[in-house]
Design a protein. Structure first.
Length: 176
């Protein structure tokens, strides 16, 4: 799988495609909760063999965590584009906030967790926030401050963030 830079329009189109897929899946099965896995990959390269392997690990681990939490995956759809990867699940048997707790635990404890972006959606298709379950905001990859504040202030260069992302994936691949 070749990696290449994507435009902002390609990224926005990918996000729209993901949102449409989530809405359609929920409309087809409103008794289930929509859970969406994506990757937090800074910079213009959102795909490639290492990123894809990391994404597949996230898919495997999320499905495992759902099943271990006594949930049942009743639907699943994957998106694989040069602008990124997404896996959308329909889950039953676990309350939404408990699903978000499972997602946050995975984001905070898995070696690749800093790169996973797991959303648990409410009926109105808005994500349950970390704050709603009493969890801390996401931390910056580099300095452990609030990621949104660092992102808005451009505290770090894209190159620094990309290098950290590559390092996280490489360490995972090497089993460190």
């Amino acid at each position: 799988m070749e990696s290449r830079e994507v435009t902002i329009m390609e990224v926005l189109d990918f996000r729209e495609q993901k949102a449409r897929t989530q809405k359609k899946m929920y409309a087809d099965f409103p008794e289930a909760t929509v859970v969406s896995l994506g990757m937090n990959i800074p910079g213009p390269v959102k795909s490639g063999s290492s990123i894809f392997r990391a994404f597949c690990e996230g898919r495997r681990e999320l499905r495992k965590a759902i099943l271990e939490g006594a949930g049942k995956v009743v639907g699943e759809q994957g998106l694989e584009e040069k602008a990124g990867y997404a896996a959308i699940y329909l889950v039953q048997g676990i309350e939404r906030k408990k699903l978000k707790e499972i997602a946050v635990l995975m984001e905070e404890t898995h070696p690749l967790g800093r790169l996973f972006d797991i959303d648990v959606l409410k009926e109105n298709m808005e994500s349950i926030s970390r704050i709603e379950i009493g969890a801390a905001r996401r931390k910056c990859l580099l300095c452990n401050q609030d990621a949104k504040i660092c992102g808005r202030s451009r505290a770090h260069t894209v190159q620094e963030l990309q290098e950290k992302t590559v390092s996280i994936i490489r360490d995972w691949e090497e089993g460190l």
